[in-house]
Design a protein around this ligand. Sequence first.
Ligand SMILES: *Cc1c(COP(=O)(O)O)cnc(C)c1O
Length: 432
Amino acid sequence: MDRPPSPGSGATAQAAPPEPLGLDLATSEPIPPEGIEAAVALMRSGALFRYAESSGQPSHVAEWETEFAAYLGRRYAVATSSCGAAMFLALHCLGVRPGDPVLMNSWTLAPVPGAVVHAGGRPVLVETTPDLTVDLGSLRARAAEHPGAVLLLSHMRGHVADLGAVREVADEFGLRLVEDCAHSLGGSWDGRPTGTFGVAGCFSTQGYKHLNSGEGGVLVTDDDEVAARAVLASGSYRLHGQHHSRPDLSVFEPLLGEEPNHSMRMSALAAAVLRPQLPLLDERVVRWRALYDAVAAGLCGVDGVRLTVRDPREHFVGSSLQFFVDDLAPEQVEELCRTAGALGVHLKWFGAPEPSGFTASYRSWLYAEPEPLPHTDRVVSRLVDVRIPLALTDEHVERLVAIVGHAMDRARRVTAPSPAPDPTSDPRRQPR
Ligand SMILES: *Cc1c(COP(=O)(O)O)cnc(C)c1O
């Protein structure tokens, strides 16, 4: 097959491929020994449920809620079975009912539109900026169409929008803000933690997030009624008095018959392994940032790789890194991912025709009947993502950068047979 000469061919064409990474990028941190002991003690006792019928010991879940609320500086925390459950509860408790519009980012993961639909809402997708945050112009336009709606704002992959500006739009149009902080726990905007800007903040403690209980989530709020409704709807039976992080019992009284039990509780086992992780979080965030900066510095030197621009007010958690490969055709991006993957660097491409693993495309949320979003399409079409585990050493960082450089070189040698599909065409007419 004829291959056009490409930059970097010649000397590098003969060069041996770099050493494989030698580390699974999806490696999680181990559970701290206190967490393991607490979990084993719970299993010996059999008391894995958060509530005790005849009140006994304070539950790990109740303690975890108090500790988490204090960490963020919010009044109340309600632990849940997942962040998706927390987002559902937030929307439900804010009064989202069948058919109500809910504004949300178009570049985010599937649990976000899933939570909207679960609450009966209708996802209204907002465009994405080249910096991977919500597009304020598009947000204004959608807000003007749906004043008073809920805005479920996702800090996707830890990218935090200008939250001062978001709040201005929200205030102008009476939007109620719920933050999806699944990727931003430990992060902040202009000195203020994410999860404290809206009526409610939702966090994930799923195995790949910043605190790990395998599955789990938390809703935080300062609002008495939202907190009481969330406790009841999460499935507290008539045991809401066993929550420590809650409003006065009098707030619950008028709501008792109003809230269905959706059984979205956190297990005591999950809370037991989470509690000793919380004091380690700030130090982990510092390490993540140092690793992110090292990987970013290396990738800056790779021809054809462009990093996202980050606002100095954004204090982000560098648990993953996103970059653009603007001049590659789709077949070449596939080759980039294939070559890097074979050497242990698992890259994810958000512009792939079908989402895989933890990528997502709004185009695949057919139940949300998405309209085409040309800006988002353009941004994600060449967007690639790599995970940054805390187990990464300096040597791994060097290898990772060399592998991406090598894979970029290989990718450029692939002849692109067809022009890129028009990303602005109707998603429902795209071949799948
Ligand atoms: C993981 C994730 C969620 C959902 O978290 P679960 O606990 O798995 O429900 C929501 N939003 C984003 C951006 C995520 O990455």
